[in-house]
Design a protein around this ligand. Structure first.
Ligand SMILES: Cc1ncc(COP(=O)(O)O)c(C=O)c1O
Length: 367
């Protein structure tokens, strides 16, 4: 053990989650989104587990992420979800990565890199306003992809902005715009093998968004995309837990203060345990100020004082605690559970940011 802090990642939980999503979305194919190092879970582990669970393909954000999977021996379709610098195109083609296109420049870069019959997915912006071809560009670009010997139109897709709010009518509007675009493409004689729109929340909450494939990220890690769809995630299993061992124990007196800024004052004498994890590991500095706890000795212990770069402190009251005791920051102990979603709620963010924020220096142990 290199340090007393680590994350455990369950490949079987990811495989289970993919199977669950595949059953739900069938006959649509499931493509597992493993960008950002598998949302902090480890990209190679996540990719292999997703494939074991029946994922048909994988999605990444960066060419380098796809190359990393290939170098680890991961086979099968891998889609890069947005256009990348043209300097990356040769590498992407050599690695057999399917590419997203939504501009004439993006298409030209693939041809210039010497591709032949390379599978590309045309992305259409239906309201996310991030990337994607818009209305009038779509048919011309699709026809150019079809006409070019460098490329083959493998898919057409869009991305949903509010799928995690099932009552929000905007998803219906996006899907209507997408259907119109598909109809215009069909009228122009363009019929892509794959049509896709749904992220996790789309796949879970909007059957109409499933089309021929779904691109599921957060849900394969057993994490709900947001409170509005929590009730649809009860069959999913969280794949990651975050652990530490107590590295130091001391007694403090009532009235004493602790950590940078001395922002916490002890109301009573207490035993304080130090855990060797901090904000450089992805534990937000202000978790102490929003009621953050860790599980130690079978119960919740409040984090006291600001979280420092490498260490944090918890108040154990008068309970016994020793150096080497196991603490759980995300996960379960003694019948209690803390989820990434709990942190997110306290910190007014989303669980995605929590798990992606667990930094590279936290060893991931496959379980
Ligand atoms: C284009 C695209 N598709 C799918 C996903 C997966 O989203 P989720 O993790 O909500 O399933 C993402 C993630 O941000 C994305 O950018």
């Amino acid at each position: 053990m290199s340090r007393w802090a680590w994350a455990e990642v369950s490949a079987s939980a990811i495989a289970h989650n993919v199977r669950t999503l595949a059953d739900l979305a069938a006959p649509a194919q499931v493509w597992a989104v493993v960008k950002a190092d598998g949302y902090g879970h480890g990209a190679v582990l996540a990719a292999r587990a997703a494939q074991a669970g029946g994922a048909h393909g994988l999605c990444v954000a960066l060419v380098q992420e796809g190359v990393q999977l290939r170098e680890a021996g991961v086979q099968g379709p891998i889609l890069v979800l947005s256009e990348q610098p043209s300097t990356q195109t040769t590498m992407a083609i050599a690695a057999g990565l399917q590419l997203t296109v939504y501009s004439a420049d993006g298409l030209a870069a693939i041809a210039a890199a010497g591709a032949h019959d390379h599978p590309v997915h045309l992305k259409i912006d239906t309201g996310m306003r991030r990337v994607g071809a818009t209305g009038h560009e779509t048919v011309a670009l699709a026809q150019a992809i079809v006409a070019s010997p460098a490329t083959r139109l493998e898919g057409v897709f869009t991305h949903l902005a509010v799928a995690d709010e099932p009552q929000n009518p905007f998803t219906g509007q996006q899907l209507a715009r997408f259907d119109e675009a598909l109809a215009r493409l069909a009228a122009a004689g363009v019929q892509p093998p794959l049509v896709h729109a749904a992220n996790s929340a789309g796949a879970l909450a909007h059957p109409r968004a499933r089309y021929g494939m779904v691109r599921v990220g957060i849900a394969i890690y057993g994490i709900s995309p947001g409170p509005g769809v929590d009730h649809l995630c009860t069959d999913l299993r969280p794949a990651l837990s975050l652990h530490a061992r107590v590295s130091h124990v001391k007694r403090v007196g009532a009235g004493e203060r602790i950590s940078y800024g001395l922002r916490h004052t002890f109301a009573a004498d207490a035993t304080v345990a130090t855990l060797p994890l901090g904000y450089a590991d992805g534990v937000p500095r202000r978790l102490h100020a929003v009621g953050g706890t860790v599980l130690l000795g079978g119960g919740h212990r409040p984090i006291v004082g600001v979280v420092t770069m490498d260490q944090l402190m918890v108040d154990c009251g008068d309970d016994p605690v020793q150096v080497g005791d196991d603490a759980v920051l995300i996960g379960s102990q003694g019948g209690h559970t803390i989820t990434a979603g709990d942190w997110a709620e306290r910190l007014d963010t989303i669980a995605y940011e929590i798990v992606c924020g667990i930094s590279a220096r936290v060893e991931r142990r496959a379980t």
